[in-house]
Design a protein around this ligand. Sequence first.
Ligand SMILES: CC(C)(COP(=O)(O)OP(=O)(O)OC[C@H]1O[C@@H](n2cnc3c(N)ncnc32)[C@H](O)[C@@H]1OP(=O)(O)O)[C@@H](O)C(=O)NCCC(=O)NCCS
Length: 345
Amino acid sequence: MSASPAHKFSNPRARYNFQGRTCSITGVGSYVPAKILTNAELEKLVDTTDEWIITRTGIKERRLAAANEFTSDMGAKAALRALKRAGVTAAQVDLIIVATITPDMPFPPTACLVQQKIGARRAAAFDLEAACSGFIYGLEIAQQFIMSRTYDTVLVIGAEKLSSIIDWKDRNTCVLFGDGAGAAVLQNRPQAHGLLTAVMGSDGENADLLFMPGGGSRCPASTESVNARLHYLRMNGKETFKNAVQAMYTAARESLRRCEIDISQIRCVIPHQANRRIIDAVGERLGAQPAQLFVNLEKYGNTSAASVAIALDEAVESGRIQRGDLILLVVFGAGLTWGAAVIEW
Ligand SMILES: CC(C)(COP(=O)(O)OP(=O)(O)OC[C@H]1O[C@@H](n2cnc3c(N)ncnc32)[C@H](O)[C@@H]1OP(=O)(O)O)[C@@H](O)C(=O)NCCC(=O)NCCS
């Protein structure tokens, strides 16, 4: 396989005469719930203003799942759209990976509920928890299965009902998040390089910057834990912000270095949609032009594992990404976790 001169790059996977199959995204899809929660409506819930939210975050509105709509429902809808675009039937899916921090239940895996909802009877299924970084972690895991010829078709889904773990009395966090799902079908596409590299990292030293204290084995649900509001996410916004910019920049640089390319060769940078100021700071440090950055957070806020998946789908649908383009995904989340992936689309 030879790269066209305009897209000259090195494929890190092809070093050491490695004979693995390449792995491409052959279809993407997304789903967001119908209900919109605007900043003006949040003004009635907590002491905040539309102006504060827009200037500090860039978010104008977010989607909220219905009371009877769960992470698996949104994930299944996004998955069916991705399968349709890829021209793949549910019966062809070998493996389903759902990245989420808001599973329908602690167990069974939400991936199994999605498997049932889309009718992917042959598929193995499991959940992946890497917070907002889960979608890139999922792509890399899926890629390993395809590269090794273990599976032919893997579905990676990022899906979240974050509204179920948001403290609607905490203005520091409730203005930031929303619900939704995005999905990608991964397969070998002959003659394509696909997922060239994925950088992943973590830092458990800073686990307390963004976490949910209750509901796990450390603090199971009790009357006391509910009264103490321990089943909602908590965040140190300022420190999270600083770590996000540094980690996203470093991961993105490393992914470009591995492929021996410059940021100017990237058609579209799709960053985790947490805060417009984080995206701009990372873009500026990378030397990206504003037009290279894909941003949709004004509509959805931060949808955690679904964020980059939804953005990728919208970037493809709007024609911002064409086959053969090089794209860069960059994520950051609780853990801390982070990642960056370069894909020849
Ligand atoms: C949360 C965030 C927007 C706050 O912006 P910031 O510039 O750091 O603002 P500060 O934390 O300095 O807060 C400034 C003031 O605004 C107040 N404030 C916080 N939320 C507010 C809101 N929704 N409306 C109005 N005021 C608010 C704070 O209480 C603080 O008031 P004080 O100075 O009287 O204490 C920002 O820190 C952020 O985006 N962090 C990263 C969050 C993130 O992306 N998390 C997910 C990672 S995956």
